[in-house]
Design a binder for this molecule. Structure first.
Ligand code: ASP
Length: 332
């Protein structure tokens, strides 16, 4: 008889583990107890080892916790067949992205899941998400993934897109890694590069700036002192105001003078920025702005934290940001 697979379930918090009667706010509760009571059949899929990493609303996730989480997973991975991370949906895509850069050479699945309604509720989506996540952690691709509403997404390609519906995630620029419907179908897995290793360092002094019509250039420039890296979420192909006093070009000039690597991504949901298409983009390129291609804003920012955690040389920083390190961007 085949050996039952061993799965480590690392709990970080989120709605799936919360309790409370609406309209009162939900609060973090004892998840292991509810889990064993509400989804005993998980034990039929795998031997689940449950560990509480934290019990927070994922709005309180932060780089220091990502590093600790990656280190914990790296230490435990040799003893298990896969890992499920239970996590709030609000920042799940950020955490998945961070883990994808920090856990290199993965040979086993690391699957994040959560839910829109707590596990204890009758119409919860947590039950199926947990069953699917444990299934994907035993049989799915060896990547950092998000499993939600019967889909498996590459972690660093995912975004939370809905607050009230069960299909809360999407992967706008990359097809799902799997579908867990009546049949379970996985796509081709990415080949790991190099031996399994953890890269936990992150540079926290970065900023994600969303451009909007009328953005005051002086206020935008005020974020630059003390900054180590900047991601700009421009309009469309990577555009921003360039006319007269409202021009943001002085921001790019100053960022360059201060040696702050600046990455451009888009506010548009799909496709890649193209900085050669319009005057603004071309002026940004001239000022050394790095194209974020089709990376999500979440992934561009986390990747910048990761790269700056290890590299200081501007040419190397640029090369790493432009490269596809762990499937996070499409390269020609
Ligand atoms: N605020 C919650 C969290 O991210 C939302 C959720 O889990 O769906 O922790």
């Amino acid at each position: 008889m085949a050996r039952r697979k061993r799965i480590l379930m690392l709990h970080t918090g989120g709605t799936l583990a919360m309790e409370g009667k609406r309209p009162q706010p939900l609060y973090p509760a004892d998840f292991e107890h509810t889990l064993r009571e509400q989804v005993p059949e998980l034990a039929r899929i795998a031997l689940i080892e449950f560990e509480v990493f934290s019990n927070i609303d994922s709005s309180d996730m932060r780089p220091m916790l990502w590093s600790k989480l990656a280190e914990r997973i790296h230490v435990r991975l040799p003893e298990v067949d896969g890992v499920v991370v239970t996590h709030g949906t609000d920042t799940m895509a950020w955490t998945a992205s961070a883990l994808s850069f920090m856990l290199r050479g993965l040979r086993k699945p690391v699957v994040l899941t959560g839910s829109q309604r707590p596990l204890g509720e009758v119409r919860t989506d947590a039950r199926l998400n947990l069953i699917d996540a444990v299934t994907a952690a035993t049989t799915g691709p060896s990547e950092v993934c998000i499993c939600f509403d019967s889909r498996l997404y590459r972690g660093n390609r995912s975004r939370k897109i809905k607050i009230n519906d069960y299909d809360a995630f999407e992967s706008p620029n990359f097809p799902p890694l799997g579908t867990l419907g009546v049949d379970i179908v996985y796509g081709e897995a990415r080949r790991p590069k190099g031996p399994p290793r953890v890269m936990p360092r992150l540079e926290p002094h970065v900023f994600l700036l969303g451009i909007f019509p009328g953005i005051p250039p002086r206020v935008a420039r005020a974020i630059l002192p003390g900054l180590r890296g900047l991601v700009i979420q421009g309009f469309g192909a990577g555009n921003f105001p360039v006319e007269g006093e409202a021009s943001l070009l002085p921001l790019f000039d100053e960022a360059r003078e201060r040696g702050i690597p600046t990455v451009m991504v888009s506010q548009a949901r799909c496709n890649a920025v193209d900085l050669s298409l319009y005057e603004a983009g071309a002026a940004a390129l001239q000022r050394g702005v790095i194209s974020g291609g089709d990376m999500t804003p979440e992934t561009a920012l986390v990747k910048l934290m990761h790269v700056l955690g290890y590299e200081k040389d501007p040419a190397r920083v640029r090369a790493l940001l432009e490269a596809d390190l762990v499937g996070e961007r499409t390269t020609a």
